[in-house]
Write a protein that binds this ligand. Sequence first.
Ligand code: FAQ
Length: 344
Amino acid sequence: MQQTPGPETPAQGTPAQETPVQGTPSEEAPDSVNMSAFEDTIARDQRIEPRDWMPDAYRATLVRQIAQHAHSEIIGMQPEGEWITRAPSLRRKAILFAKVQDEAGHGLYLYSAAETLGADRTDLTQRLIDGRQKYSSIFNYPTRTFADVGVIGWFVDGAAICNQVPLCRTSYGPYGRAMVRVCKEESFHQRQGYELLLTMMRGTDAQRAMVQDAVDRWWWPSLMMFGPPDDDSPNSARSMAWKIKRHTNDELRQRFVDMTVPQAEKLGVILPDPDLKWNEERGHHDFSTPDWDELKRVVSGDGPCNAERVARRRAAHEEGAWVRRAAVAHAAKRTARLREGAVA
Ligand code: FAQ
């Protein structure tokens, strides 16, 4: 990985603790001095910015997480994208089109945030299509009916919101600022999914059955999106100490369950867990343990749609090569023209 920070992503909003901080006292300062400035910035809940000194492991952890996140947004266009041509009305088609396009935008903000750490987007894309970098397990499941589009909005975007709202306060500035805008769009996505399901639940018995079937298939994979349990999450402790992550995987999973249960009741669907119940003492819902072996299988490439998703991404990348070449040629011509103008 290249170590030179690139240009910063434009600010996307103003989350809490937004004071810009220069964590680097001097480029020539010994690492111990830089490290203590870095730790002090983190301890004061302020932001690390691209030109600040940061430990290599902090940079590497961020590149890993932000790249995986970006890849998830881009691969995540596929399951719902398959329904754009088959949407049941022009209105649903326009909504779905806009949503899928938003996910592309999220991927682009995130790749830009990774670039501020010195990562190269072409290299990240290559790592994704070579299977050297991960993307979220959730996008390796098939979308069988249009109800899946609604359930993805409700569960998957709902889980994304639980996970990403705290990331607006992550310690790395460009990532946190990208998250502010992403979260605004994700909450719209979640509401459109829920509204679609409410409409279907007011429809025929067959439509209600379709919604319940989608809920049954997406519930457990959605809980797995939050990652392995805390006692099997190798990155959590360090990411929490560095305030990259603000909550553990299990804390966010619990938050998602607590948020979703009343929504399911209102919708009139049954979440497929007989042990799901309110625990007065804990002030939270108890729920069964997800199948962690399934998560491991899907993350390691053996999910129902892994091969298909990566093959499609690879084909899109190859088919888009001429567009990238044309854009580079256009930019070169434009720069040359500007230079000629400056000389004349
Ligand atoms: N799938 O030690 P931890 C969305 C990996 S965006 C695949 O707990 P960490 C929007 C993990 O990377 C969804 N891999 O790791 C949308 C690590 O791998 P490594 C994506 C997973 O980083 C909606 C290893 O297992 N969101 O949905 C998964 O501390 C609708 C050990 O795990 C983000 O990326 C998984 N589920 O915590 C788009 C949010 N879980 O590299 C379209 C940002 C874990 O060490 C339609 N990311 N792994 O080999 C995060 O918050 C964190 O990275 C976690 C994982 C929580 C995902």
